[in-house]
Design a protein around this ligand. Structure first.
Ligand code: 5GP
Length: 136
């Protein structure tokens, strides 16, 4: 995998406001936060996204997400967090190194990430069946 800006942060080649580090993961503030305290959690190992990450690396990242989320919430006096992650450009991934966004949320009306739509139950049942059949 090619170097990304996040590999450079792991190697301390560019600066970041690091909030946590262990052998496998790193957490640092997003340079363009959706809300103050917006933190990114990444594996040190360069994996692109959910489509190529191994179970051990993902488990390490999620352990760090769980560890950091309450600290992010409490540090800014928020009441909840979004744990968001984009995988591939079509979904808004810009940095192709797996990362989870932890975004503090003070109340429900601050902003909206996406619109949801009603769906016919038959359409949902067909889609659920297709996904079940496609699980590797
Ligand atoms: P994505 O759209 O790939 O899920 O989000 C990438 C995130 O990385 C964006 O929220 C962006 O602001 C953040 N980001 C991009 N470059 C840098 C950087 O050099 N330093 C830090 N701390 N965050 C970055």
């Amino acid at each position: 995998m090619e170097d990304t800006i996040f590999t450079k942060i792991v190697r301390r080649e560019i600066p970041a406001d690091i909030v946590y580090e262990d052998a496998e993961t790193l957490a640092f503030l997003d340079v363009k936060p959706v809300a103050p305290g917006h933190t990114l959690v990444i594996p040190k190992k360069p994996v692109r996204n959910i489509f190529d990450v191994d179970d051990k690396t993902l488990a390490a990242v999620m352990r760090t997400v769980r560890k950091i989320a309450p600290a992010v919430r409490d540090a800014v006096g928020a009441h909840g967090v979004h744990i968001n992650s984009n995988h591939e450009a079509a979904a808004g991934q810009i940095v192709f190194h797996l990362h989870f966004h932890i975004i503090p949320r003070h109340d429900r009306n601050e902003f909206s990430f996406w619109e949801q739509k009603e769906t016919a139950s038959r359409d949902a049942a067909l889609l659920a069946e297709k996904i079940r059949q496609t699980i590797g």
